[in-house]
Design a binder for this molecule. Structure first.
Ligand code: NDP
Length: 448
Protein backbone atom coordinates (compact mmCIF):
# COMPACT_ATOMS: atom_id res chain seq x y z
CA UNK A 1 0.00 0.00 0.00
CA UNK A 2 2.59 2.51 1.13
CA UNK A 3 4.83 1.49 -1.73
CA UNK A 4 2.18 2.29 -4.38
CA UNK A 5 1.60 5.62 -2.71
CA UNK A 6 5.31 6.43 -2.80
CA UNK A 7 5.44 5.60 -6.52
CA UNK A 8 2.43 7.76 -7.33
CA UNK A 9 3.70 10.60 -5.20
CA UNK A 10 7.16 10.45 -6.77
CA UNK A 11 5.70 10.37 -10.30
CA UNK A 12 4.06 13.74 -9.58
CA UNK A 13 7.19 15.20 -7.97
CA UNK A 14 9.30 14.16 -10.97
CA UNK A 15 6.78 15.58 -13.43
CA UNK A 16 6.62 18.92 -11.62
CA UNK A 17 10.40 19.14 -11.15
CA UNK A 18 11.95 17.69 -14.30
CA UNK A 19 15.71 17.17 -14.66
CA UNK A 20 16.46 17.51 -10.95
CA UNK A 21 17.67 13.99 -10.00
CA UNK A 22 19.28 15.03 -6.68
CA UNK A 23 16.01 16.62 -5.56
CA UNK A 24 14.04 13.50 -6.56
CA UNK A 25 16.53 11.35 -4.62
CA UNK A 26 16.21 13.42 -1.44
CA UNK A 27 12.40 13.50 -1.65
CA UNK A 28 12.19 9.75 -2.31
CA UNK A 29 14.22 8.96 0.80
CA UNK A 30 11.90 11.04 2.97
CA UNK A 31 8.73 9.76 1.28
CA UNK A 32 9.75 6.13 1.86
CA UNK A 33 10.19 6.79 5.58
CA UNK A 34 7.22 9.07 6.10
CA UNK A 35 4.46 7.44 3.97
CA UNK A 36 3.95 4.42 6.27
CA UNK A 37 3.76 6.86 9.20
CA UNK A 38 1.18 8.97 7.33
CA UNK A 39 -1.03 5.90 6.87
CA UNK A 40 -1.52 5.96 10.63
CA UNK A 41 -1.76 9.76 10.94
CA UNK A 42 -4.43 10.89 8.52
CA UNK A 43 -4.50 14.51 9.67
CA UNK A 44 -1.27 15.10 7.74
CA UNK A 45 -2.66 13.38 4.64
CA UNK A 46 -5.87 15.45 4.63
CA UNK A 47 -3.86 18.68 4.92
CA UNK A 48 -1.52 17.48 2.10
CA UNK A 49 1.50 18.28 4.25
CA UNK A 50 3.94 16.15 2.26
CA UNK A 51 2.76 17.65 -1.04
CA UNK A 52 3.23 21.15 0.43
CA UNK A 53 6.64 20.41 1.94
CA UNK A 54 8.12 19.47 -1.45
CA UNK A 55 7.03 22.79 -2.96
CA UNK A 56 9.46 25.61 -2.06
CA UNK A 57 7.77 28.66 -0.55
CA UNK A 58 9.88 30.81 -2.87
CA UNK A 59 12.67 30.34 -5.44
CA UNK A 60 14.88 33.30 -6.30
CA UNK A 61 17.22 33.16 -9.33
CA UNK A 62 19.36 36.05 -10.44
CA UNK A 63 22.20 37.27 -12.64
CA UNK A 64 25.58 37.92 -11.00
CA UNK A 65 27.81 40.05 -13.25
CA UNK A 66 31.39 40.84 -12.16
CA UNK A 67 34.76 41.68 -13.64
CA UNK A 68 37.87 39.50 -13.38
CA UNK A 69 41.41 40.80 -12.76
CA UNK A 70 41.97 41.21 -16.51
CA UNK A 71 38.92 43.45 -16.77
CA UNK A 72 36.83 40.80 -18.57
CA UNK A 73 33.11 40.65 -17.76
CA UNK A 74 31.94 37.41 -16.15
CA UNK A 75 28.36 36.21 -15.64
CA UNK A 76 27.28 33.69 -13.04
CA UNK A 77 23.88 32.60 -11.81
CA UNK A 78 22.79 33.11 -8.20
CA UNK A 79 20.04 31.29 -6.31
CA UNK A 80 18.21 31.28 -2.99
CA UNK A 81 15.62 28.61 -2.27
CA UNK A 82 13.33 29.65 0.61
CA UNK A 83 11.91 26.22 1.25
CA UNK A 84 9.93 26.28 4.49
CA UNK A 85 9.41 28.84 7.25
CA UNK A 86 7.02 26.92 9.52
CA UNK A 87 9.55 26.74 12.37
CA UNK A 88 11.39 30.04 11.96
CA UNK A 89 13.20 32.25 9.44
CA UNK A 90 14.81 30.43 6.52
CA UNK A 91 18.25 29.15 7.44
CA UNK A 92 20.81 27.26 5.38
CA UNK A 93 24.14 27.66 3.65
CA UNK A 94 25.38 29.09 0.36
CA UNK A 95 27.35 26.82 -1.99
CA UNK A 96 29.76 28.21 -4.60
CA UNK A 97 30.73 25.40 -6.97
CA UNK A 98 30.55 24.96 -10.77
CA UNK A 99 28.11 22.03 -10.37
CA UNK A 100 25.49 24.22 -8.65
CA UNK A 101 22.10 24.39 -10.38
CA UNK A 102 18.49 24.54 -9.22
CA UNK A 103 18.15 20.78 -8.55
CA UNK A 104 21.18 20.58 -6.23
CA UNK A 105 20.01 23.55 -4.20
CA UNK A 106 16.44 22.26 -3.98
CA UNK A 107 17.74 18.95 -2.64
CA UNK A 108 19.88 20.76 -0.09
CA UNK A 109 17.06 23.13 0.93
CA UNK A 110 14.66 20.20 1.31
CA UNK A 111 17.14 18.31 3.55
CA UNK A 112 17.72 21.49 5.52
CA UNK A 113 14.05 21.72 6.55
CA UNK A 114 14.20 18.36 8.33
CA UNK A 115 17.70 18.92 9.68
CA UNK A 116 16.79 22.27 11.21
CA UNK A 117 13.69 20.75 12.74
CA UNK A 118 15.82 18.03 14.36
CA UNK A 119 18.07 20.60 16.04
CA UNK A 120 15.03 21.72 18.16
CA UNK A 121 15.98 25.37 17.41
CA UNK A 122 13.50 27.80 15.77
CA UNK A 123 14.79 27.71 12.19
CA UNK A 124 13.06 27.17 8.86
CA UNK A 125 14.94 25.71 5.89
CA UNK A 126 16.64 27.32 2.89
CA UNK A 127 19.72 27.01 0.72
CA UNK A 128 21.42 29.03 -1.98
CA UNK A 129 24.57 29.62 -3.92
CA UNK A 130 26.03 30.02 -7.34
CA UNK A 131 27.80 28.16 -10.13
CA UNK A 132 30.80 30.43 -9.43
CA UNK A 133 34.04 28.48 -8.83
CA UNK A 134 36.29 30.15 -6.22
CA UNK A 135 39.10 27.72 -7.14
CA UNK A 136 41.95 29.50 -8.93
CA UNK A 137 40.44 32.97 -8.41
CA UNK A 138 42.34 35.76 -6.69
CA UNK A 139 41.04 37.22 -3.40
CA UNK A 140 40.10 40.33 -5.35
CA UNK A 141 38.03 38.31 -7.85
CA UNK A 142 36.29 36.42 -5.04
CA UNK A 143 35.47 39.76 -3.37
CA UNK A 144 34.08 41.26 -6.60
CA UNK A 145 31.90 38.22 -7.11
CA UNK A 146 30.68 38.16 -3.48
CA UNK A 147 29.80 41.86 -3.61
CA UNK A 148 27.80 41.46 -6.80
CA UNK A 149 26.09 38.32 -5.46
CA UNK A 150 25.10 40.08 -2.23
CA UNK A 151 23.88 43.19 -4.03
CA UNK A 152 20.93 41.17 -5.32
CA UNK A 153 20.62 38.68 -2.44
CA UNK A 154 20.38 41.50 0.13
CA UNK A 155 16.84 42.33 -1.08
CA UNK A 156 15.60 38.92 -0.03
CA UNK A 157 17.35 38.18 3.29
CA UNK A 158 17.48 39.69 6.78
CA UNK A 159 18.07 38.67 10.40
CA UNK A 160 14.37 37.83 10.89
CA UNK A 161 13.67 36.62 7.35
CA UNK A 162 16.46 34.48 5.93
CA UNK A 163 19.95 33.99 7.37
CA UNK A 164 22.45 32.29 5.02
CA UNK A 165 25.72 30.61 6.11
CA UNK A 166 28.62 28.80 4.40
CA UNK A 167 28.78 25.49 2.54
CA UNK A 168 31.13 24.11 -0.12
CA UNK A 169 33.26 26.97 -1.46
CA UNK A 170 31.93 29.45 1.08
CA UNK A 171 34.13 29.83 4.16
CA UNK A 172 35.20 32.70 6.41
CA UNK A 173 36.65 34.76 3.53
CA UNK A 174 33.45 34.68 1.45
CA UNK A 175 31.16 35.29 4.46
CA UNK A 176 33.29 38.34 5.31
CA UNK A 177 33.03 39.85 1.83
CA UNK A 178 29.26 39.23 1.69
CA UNK A 179 28.66 40.62 5.19
CA UNK A 180 30.64 43.76 4.33
CA UNK A 181 28.53 44.36 1.24
CA UNK A 182 25.22 43.76 3.08
CA UNK A 183 26.23 46.22 5.79
CA UNK A 184 27.16 48.82 3.21
CA UNK A 185 23.89 48.47 1.30
CA UNK A 186 21.64 48.48 4.38
CA UNK A 187 23.66 50.57 6.80
CA UNK A 188 22.87 47.93 9.44
CA UNK A 189 25.18 45.72 11.49
CA UNK A 190 22.96 42.70 12.05
CA UNK A 191 23.23 38.93 12.32
CA UNK A 192 22.20 38.45 8.68
CA UNK A 193 24.83 35.76 8.02
CA UNK A 194 26.33 33.10 10.29
CA UNK A 195 29.84 31.72 10.14
CA UNK A 196 31.18 35.24 10.81
CA UNK A 197 34.68 35.77 12.20
CA UNK A 198 34.94 35.90 15.98
CA UNK A 199 35.88 39.56 16.27
CA UNK A 200 32.77 40.78 14.41
CA UNK A 201 29.88 38.67 15.66
CA UNK A 202 30.86 35.06 15.02
CA UNK A 203 30.47 32.28 17.54
CA UNK A 204 33.17 30.16 19.07
CA UNK A 205 32.91 26.55 17.85
CA UNK A 206 30.99 27.48 14.65
CA UNK A 207 33.90 26.46 12.37
CA UNK A 208 34.29 23.20 14.31
CA UNK A 209 30.58 22.50 14.72
CA UNK A 210 29.72 20.25 11.77
CA UNK A 211 32.71 17.94 12.16
CA UNK A 212 32.46 17.89 15.96
CA UNK A 213 28.72 17.32 15.86
CA UNK A 214 28.99 14.45 13.39
CA UNK A 215 31.61 12.79 15.57
CA UNK A 216 29.43 13.27 18.70
CA UNK A 217 26.53 11.60 16.92
CA UNK A 218 28.64 8.63 15.81
CA UNK A 219 29.97 8.29 19.36
CA UNK A 220 26.35 8.33 20.63
CA UNK A 221 25.35 5.59 18.15
CA UNK A 222 28.32 3.47 19.23
CA UNK A 223 27.61 4.13 22.93
CA UNK A 224 24.03 2.95 22.36
CA UNK A 225 25.59 -0.36 21.24
CA UNK A 226 27.94 -0.32 24.26
CA UNK A 227 30.90 0.62 22.07
CA UNK A 228 32.87 3.83 21.38
CA UNK A 229 35.25 5.51 18.93
CA UNK A 230 38.23 4.72 21.14
CA UNK A 231 40.83 2.76 19.18
CA UNK A 232 38.74 2.79 15.99
CA UNK A 233 40.33 3.31 12.56
CA UNK A 234 38.34 5.94 10.67
CA UNK A 235 38.27 6.95 7.03
CA UNK A 236 37.31 10.56 6.26
CA UNK A 237 36.67 11.92 2.77
CA UNK A 238 37.15 15.55 1.81
CA UNK A 239 39.68 17.85 3.42
CA UNK A 240 37.60 20.99 3.87
CA UNK A 241 35.87 22.41 6.90
CA UNK A 242 33.81 19.36 7.88
CA UNK A 243 36.60 16.85 7.28
CA UNK A 244 39.19 18.85 9.23
CA UNK A 245 37.16 19.14 12.43
CA UNK A 246 36.00 15.56 12.18
CA UNK A 247 39.66 14.55 12.31
CA UNK A 248 40.21 16.81 15.33
CA UNK A 249 37.28 15.39 17.32
CA UNK A 250 37.95 11.75 16.38
CA UNK A 251 41.50 12.23 17.69
CA UNK A 252 40.17 13.77 20.92
CA UNK A 253 37.85 10.79 21.43
CA UNK A 254 40.69 8.30 20.95
CA UNK A 255 40.10 7.20 17.36
CA UNK A 256 42.59 7.29 14.48
CA UNK A 257 41.88 8.89 11.09
CA UNK A 258 43.75 7.21 8.24
CA UNK A 259 42.49 9.05 5.13
CA UNK A 260 41.58 12.45 3.71
CA UNK A 261 40.76 13.33 0.12
CA UNK A 262 39.83 16.08 -2.32
CA UNK A 263 38.29 16.02 -5.77
CA UNK A 264 41.66 14.86 -7.22
CA UNK A 265 42.42 11.87 -4.97
CA UNK A 266 42.90 10.27 -1.54
CA UNK A 267 45.82 10.15 0.90
CA UNK A 268 46.20 7.01 3.04
CA UNK A 269 48.24 7.44 6.21
CA UNK A 270 48.01 4.22 8.29
CA UNK A 271 49.92 5.89 11.15
CA UNK A 272 47.04 8.32 11.61
CA UNK A 273 46.55 12.05 11.03
CA UNK A 274 47.55 13.53 14.37
CA UNK A 275 47.27 17.12 15.57
CA UNK A 276 50.50 18.23 13.90
CA UNK A 277 49.61 16.71 10.56
CA UNK A 278 46.12 18.23 10.81
CA UNK A 279 47.66 21.67 11.32
CA UNK A 280 49.57 21.11 8.06
CA UNK A 281 46.29 20.18 6.28
CA UNK A 282 44.56 23.31 7.62
CA UNK A 283 47.36 25.56 6.40
CA UNK A 284 47.46 23.73 3.05
CA UNK A 285 43.70 23.88 2.43
CA UNK A 286 42.57 27.06 4.18
CA UNK A 287 45.50 29.37 3.52
CA UNK A 288 47.59 28.06 0.63
CA UNK A 289 44.51 26.53 -1.07
CA UNK A 290 46.66 23.62 -2.27
CA UNK A 291 45.91 19.97 -3.11
CA UNK A 292 45.80 17.04 -0.65
CA UNK A 293 48.43 15.27 -2.74
CA UNK A 294 51.00 17.52 -1.03
CA UNK A 295 50.23 15.77 2.30
CA UNK A 296 51.43 12.46 0.85
CA UNK A 297 54.69 14.04 -0.27
CA UNK A 298 55.23 15.72 3.10
CA UNK A 299 54.45 12.67 5.27
CA UNK A 300 55.69 10.00 2.90
CA UNK A 301 52.46 8.06 2.57
CA UNK A 302 50.33 6.74 -0.25
CA UNK A 303 48.36 8.99 -2.61
CA UNK A 304 45.67 7.34 -4.72
CA UNK A 305 44.91 9.56 -7.70
CA UNK A 306 41.25 9.87 -8.73
CA UNK A 307 39.97 7.54 -5.96
CA UNK A 308 37.75 7.90 -2.89
CA UNK A 309 38.73 6.29 0.42
CA UNK A 310 36.07 3.57 0.58
CA UNK A 311 38.22 0.58 -0.36
CA UNK A 312 40.56 1.22 2.55
CA UNK A 313 39.61 -0.93 5.58
CA UNK A 314 38.15 0.99 8.52
CA UNK A 315 35.85 0.62 11.52
CA UNK A 316 34.05 3.91 10.94
CA UNK A 317 33.58 6.02 7.79
CA UNK A 318 32.93 9.76 7.70
CA UNK A 319 31.98 10.87 4.15
CA UNK A 320 32.57 14.62 4.40
CA UNK A 321 32.98 15.85 0.82
CA UNK A 322 30.02 15.83 -1.54
CA UNK A 323 26.68 14.20 -2.48
CA UNK A 324 26.63 10.67 -3.92
CA UNK A 325 30.27 9.89 -3.10
CA UNK A 326 29.47 6.39 -1.70
CA UNK A 327 27.98 4.10 -4.35
CA UNK A 328 26.35 0.71 -3.68
CA UNK A 329 29.68 -0.94 -4.52
CA UNK A 330 31.60 1.37 -2.19
CA UNK A 331 29.13 0.58 0.61
CA UNK A 332 29.61 -3.15 0.01
CA UNK A 333 33.39 -2.74 0.18
CA UNK A 334 33.08 -0.82 3.45
CA UNK A 335 30.85 -3.46 5.06
CA UNK A 336 33.00 -6.32 3.75
CA UNK A 337 36.11 -4.69 5.24
CA UNK A 338 34.52 -4.48 8.70
CA UNK A 339 33.00 -0.98 8.85
CA UNK A 340 30.47 -0.83 11.72
CA UNK A 341 29.38 2.82 11.58
CA UNK A 342 28.98 5.64 9.07
CA UNK A 343 28.41 9.31 9.92
CA UNK A 344 27.43 11.50 6.97
CA UNK A 345 29.28 14.79 7.49
CA UNK A 346 28.37 15.75 3.92
CA UNK A 347 24.82 16.10 2.63
CA UNK A 348 23.46 12.91 1.00
CA UNK A 349 26.94 11.43 0.32
CA UNK A 350 25.52 7.90 0.11
CA UNK A 351 23.49 6.83 -2.93
CA UNK A 352 20.13 5.07 -2.32
CA UNK A 353 21.83 1.75 -3.23
CA UNK A 354 24.55 2.43 -0.66
CA UNK A 355 21.99 3.28 2.04
CA UNK A 356 20.21 -0.05 1.41
CA UNK A 357 23.54 -1.90 1.82
CA UNK A 358 24.15 -0.25 5.21
CA UNK A 359 20.56 -0.86 6.34
CA UNK A 360 20.66 -4.54 5.30
CA UNK A 361 23.99 -5.00 7.10
CA UNK A 362 22.39 -3.33 10.15
CA UNK A 363 25.44 -1.18 10.84
CA UNK A 364 25.04 2.21 12.58
CA UNK A 365 24.25 4.63 9.75
CA UNK A 366 23.61 8.30 10.55
CA UNK A 367 22.16 10.20 7.56
CA UNK A 368 23.39 13.72 6.89
CA UNK A 369 20.27 15.48 8.10
CA UNK A 370 20.98 14.10 11.59
CA UNK A 371 24.76 13.69 11.51
CA UNK A 372 25.75 17.10 10.14
CA UNK A 373 23.04 19.13 11.90
CA UNK A 374 25.62 20.43 14.39
CA UNK A 375 26.71 23.08 11.88
CA UNK A 376 23.35 24.73 11.51
CA UNK A 377 22.58 24.18 15.20
CA UNK A 378 25.64 26.23 16.12
CA UNK A 379 24.63 28.81 13.53
CA UNK A 380 21.38 28.97 15.49
CA UNK A 381 23.44 29.56 18.63
CA UNK A 382 25.36 32.29 16.80
CA UNK A 383 22.02 33.96 15.99
CA UNK A 384 20.98 33.79 19.67
CA UNK A 385 24.25 35.41 20.75
CA UNK A 386 23.87 38.14 18.07
CA UNK A 387 20.32 38.91 19.25
CA UNK A 388 21.48 39.19 22.86
CA UNK A 389 24.70 41.00 21.86
CA UNK A 390 26.59 38.50 23.97
CA UNK A 391 29.36 35.98 23.30
CA UNK A 392 29.30 32.64 25.05
CA UNK A 393 32.48 30.78 25.98
CA UNK A 394 33.90 27.92 23.97
CA UNK A 395 32.88 25.48 26.67
CA UNK A 396 29.30 26.80 26.79
CA UNK A 397 28.81 26.51 23.02
CA UNK A 398 30.47 23.09 22.82
CA UNK A 399 28.27 21.76 25.63
CA UNK A 400 25.15 23.10 23.92
CA UNK A 401 26.26 21.50 20.62
CA UNK A 402 26.94 18.18 22.35
CA UNK A 403 23.52 18.33 24.06
CA UNK A 404 21.79 19.01 20.73
CA UNK A 405 23.53 16.05 19.04
CA UNK A 406 22.47 13.76 21.91
CA UNK A 407 18.90 15.05 21.58
CA UNK A 408 19.00 14.29 17.84
CA UNK A 409 20.19 10.78 18.68
CA UNK A 410 17.25 10.37 21.09
CA UNK A 411 14.80 11.54 18.42
CA UNK A 412 16.24 9.02 15.93
CA UNK A 413 15.93 6.24 18.51
CA UNK A 414 12.34 7.26 19.30
CA UNK A 415 11.14 7.21 15.68
CA UNK A 416 13.62 4.76 14.20
CA UNK A 417 13.23 1.62 16.32
CA UNK A 418 12.77 -1.38 14.04
CA UNK A 419 10.86 -4.42 15.27
CA UNK A 420 11.50 -5.81 18.73
CA UNK A 421 15.30 -5.84 18.54
CA UNK A 422 17.66 -3.01 19.37
CA UNK A 423 18.32 -2.03 15.75
CA UNK A 424 17.75 1.64 15.07
CA UNK A 425 17.02 2.77 11.52
CA UNK A 426 18.44 6.29 11.85
CA UNK A 427 17.24 7.23 8.35
CA UNK A 428 13.64 6.51 9.30
CA UNK A 429 14.14 8.09 12.73
CA UNK A 430 15.58 11.33 11.34
CA UNK A 431 13.01 11.63 8.56
CA UNK A 432 9.94 11.06 10.75
CA UNK A 433 11.37 12.97 13.72
CA UNK A 434 12.17 15.95 11.48
CA UNK A 435 8.84 15.75 9.65
CA UNK A 436 6.49 15.69 12.65
CA UNK A 437 7.60 19.01 14.09
CA UNK A 438 7.36 20.86 10.77
CA UNK A 439 4.06 19.19 9.89
CA UNK A 440 2.47 20.12 13.22
CA UNK A 441 3.60 23.74 12.84
CA UNK A 442 2.13 23.81 9.32
CA UNK A 443 -1.18 22.46 10.62
CA UNK A 444 -1.24 25.14 13.35
CA UNK A 445 -0.52 27.92 10.86
CA UNK A 446 -3.33 27.07 8.44
CA UNK A 447 -3.18 26.86 4.68
CA UNK A 448 0.07 28.72 3.98
P1 NDP B 1 34.62 22.73 1.83
O1 NDP B 1 34.47 23.55 0.61
O2 NDP B 1 35.32 23.28 3.01
O3 NDP B 1 35.29 21.33 1.47
C1 NDP B 1 34.72 20.48 0.50
C2 NDP B 1 35.64 19.28 0.33
O4 NDP B 1 35.00 18.34 -0.53
C3 NDP B 1 36.96 19.64 -0.33
O5 NDP B 1 37.96 18.81 0.16
C4 NDP B 1 36.67 19.35 -1.80
O6 NDP B 1 37.82 19.06 -2.57
C5 NDP B 1 35.82 18.11 -1.68
N1 NDP B 1 34.98 17.93 -2.88
C6 NDP B 1 34.18 18.84 -3.46
N2 NDP B 1 33.61 18.34 -4.56
C7 NDP B 1 34.09 17.08 -4.67
C8 NDP B 1 33.88 16.05 -5.60
N3 NDP B 1 33.06 16.20 -6.65
N4 NDP B 1 34.52 14.86 -5.39
C9 NDP B 1 35.34 14.70 -4.32
N5 NDP B 1 35.58 15.66 -3.42
C10 NDP B 1 34.96 16.82 -3.59
O7 NDP B 1 33.11 22.30 2.22
P2 NDP B 1 32.55 21.78 3.61
O8 NDP B 1 33.57 20.97 4.31
O9 NDP B 1 31.92 22.93 4.28
O10 NDP B 1 31.36 20.84 3.10
C11 NDP B 1 31.54 19.44 2.86
C12 NDP B 1 30.18 18.78 2.86
O11 NDP B 1 29.57 18.97 4.14
C13 NDP B 1 29.17 19.30 1.85
O12 NDP B 1 28.36 18.22 1.41
C14 NDP B 1 28.32 20.25 2.66
O13 NDP B 1 27.04 20.42 2.12
C15 NDP B 1 28.27 19.51 3.98
N6 NDP B 1 27.93 20.34 5.13
C16 NDP B 1 28.72 21.40 5.50
C17 NDP B 1 28.40 22.14 6.61
C18 NDP B 1 29.28 23.22 7.11
O14 NDP B 1 29.02 23.72 8.22
N7 NDP B 1 30.31 23.63 6.40
C19 NDP B 1 27.16 21.88 7.39
C20 NDP B 1 26.45 20.68 6.95
C21 NDP B 1 26.82 19.98 5.86
P3 NDP B 1 38.36 20.17 -3.62
O15 NDP B 1 39.17 21.10 -2.79
O16 NDP B 1 39.14 19.37 -4.61
O17 NDP B 1 37.16 20.82 -4.23
Amino acid sequence: MANTNVKQFMAKVIKRNPNEPEFHQAVLEVAESVMPFLEKNKKYVDAKILERIVEPERVIMFRVPWQNDRGKVQINRGFRIEMNSALGPYKGGLRFHPTVYLGILKFLAFEQVFKNSLTTLPMGGGKGGSDFDPKGKSDNEVMKFCQSFMTELSRHIGPNTDIPAGDIGVGGREIGFMFGQYKRLRNEFTGVLTGKALNWGGSLIRPEATGYGCTYLVEAMLNYRKDSLKGKACTVSGSGNVAQYTVEKVNQLGGKVVTLSDSSGTVHDPKGIDEKKLAFVMELKNVKRGRIKEYAAKYNCKYIEGQRPWNIPCDVAFPSAVQNEISGEDAEALVKNGCIAVGEGANMPTTPEGVKVFQNAKICFAPGKAANAGGVATSGLEMSQNSQRLAWTRKEVDEKLHGIMLAIHDTCVRYGKEGKGKYIDYVKGANIGGFVKVADAMLDQGLV
